[in-house]
Design a protein around this ligand. Structure first.
Ligand SMILES: *[C@@H]1O[C@H](CO)[C@@H](O)[C@H](O)[C@H]1NC(C)=O
Length: 357
């Protein structure tokens, strides 16, 4: 296309290959300026009116009646009117212009998926998209457009979508769709919304009774629900006992061969990324039948006392006294008592006394 400016008296006729160019940020383009006549110079001027010289993003290539201007890696600030000016020996100048418009294509920045929220929170689903001119953003939930603000959904100024009191039922695919009306440009991102639910723990039985030294066992059961499925651990006095073997949401802890010091509290702790919760269970350990226990204790002490006295007075009347014990009879008496009344090993004081006489 030739643009003729001036009268037929002018000797130069200048034209540029393109009149108006739209370029997206980052793209590159070249323009060719052609002159008919006898020019002595052919120069390009940028939108600020400065004569252009080669640089990192600008290349100039002159070849007789032509000059080629190349713009690399366009930036928003490159927009404007570029002029190609020719002058002849008499100092007459002629020029042609090209209008350069720079736009930014739809650009989604760091739109994450999935986006996770805690049950009950206000969830802001982020869709960071930009373009020039600015985009129009629409949201779709499971393929249905969210047309206006509801109690559940609000379309925010920053193009994000806000979901009130998010629950498991709000999980799904949210589509953020952006349009640039002027160019008919459209693009979208699908975002998966995940709702995490803190654990809830329940136990079918809270407290247990057992008798010491009868080889008894108890099994604690703890049920935990949550999303994602919680990890369950068992603790005792703030110390981790075991990471539970789970069968579904249910976990058990078995205490075998119960001794006196197994009594007390046990804690089942359930945790996931949304939170942690614990539940205490109790084991009450009873001694032997109380009446027989005390009778046996008294009998033991009385016997032991007499045995000791006898032992000290007439050492030779007893069988053998080893290195650790003083009187064999005491052990014998103890064994008999234990057999009869089950004086238990858990009574450590008693046991200690038996062996340290
Ligand atoms: C444990 O024993 C106590 C009495 O000492 C009783 O009240 C309670 O019901 C018992 N618990 C169980 C689970 O058997």
């Amino acid at each position: 296309i030739f643009v003729l400016v001036g009268t037929f008296l002018l000797l130069l006729l200048v034209s540029i290959s393109l009149k108006k160019v739209e370029l997206s940020v980052g793209e590159s383009k070249f323009f060719t300026c052609t002159v008919i006549g006898e020019p002595v110079s052919l120069d390009w001027y940028n939108p600020q009116g400065e004569r252009m010289v080669p640089s990192q993003r600008v290349a100039l290539h002159n070849e007789g009646f032509r000059s080629r201007l190349t713009l690399y890696n366009a930036k928003i600030e490159d927009a404007g009117i570029y002029r190609c000016q020719a002058s002849d020996a008499q100092g007459h100048t002629q020029e042609a212009t090209v209008v350069l418009e720079i736009y930014q294509k739809l650009t989604f920045r760091d739109v994450r998926s999935p986006q996770e929220f805690r049950q009950g929170d206000v969830a802001e689903v982020v869709c960071d998209v930009s373009s020039s001119p600015v985009p129009v953003v629409s949201w779709f939930y499971n393929n249905v457009e969210i047309i206006e603000d509801t109690e559940k959904f609000q379309l925010l100024q920053n193009n994000n979508l806000q979901v009130q009191r998010v629950t498991k039922a709000d999980e799904g695919v949210y589509r953020c769709e952006a349009r640039v009306e002027a160019r008919g440009e459209i693009d979208f991102r699908d975002i998966i919304l995940v709702v995490n639910v803190p654990p809830v723990v329940s136990v079918p039985q809270q407290s247990f009774n057992a008798t010491a030294d009868y080889g008894e066992s108890v099994t604690f059961t703890c049920r935990a629900y949550g999303s994602p499925e919680p990890d369950i651990t068992w603790h005792r006095y703030d110390k981790l006992i075991t990471i539970a073997a789970k069968s579904g949401s249910c976990t058990t802890l078995t205490v075998r061969n119960i001794q006196h010091d197994d009594g007390g509290s046990y804690t089942c702790k359930a945790s996931n990324k949304a939170g942690e919760v614990e539940h205490e269970l109790f084991l009450k350990v009873f001694g032997e039948d109380t009446f027989f226990y005390w009778v046996s204790l008294i009998v033991y002490y009385v016997t032991a006392y007499f045995a000791l006295v006898l032992c000290l007075l007439i050492p030779l009347s007893f069988v053998s006294c080893g290195d650790n014990c003083s009187c064999g009879s005491l052990s014998v008496i103890y064994m008999q008592l234990k057999a009869k009344y089950g004086i238990s090993a858990h009574n450590k004081n008693l046991r200690k006394r038996v062996f340290t006489f």
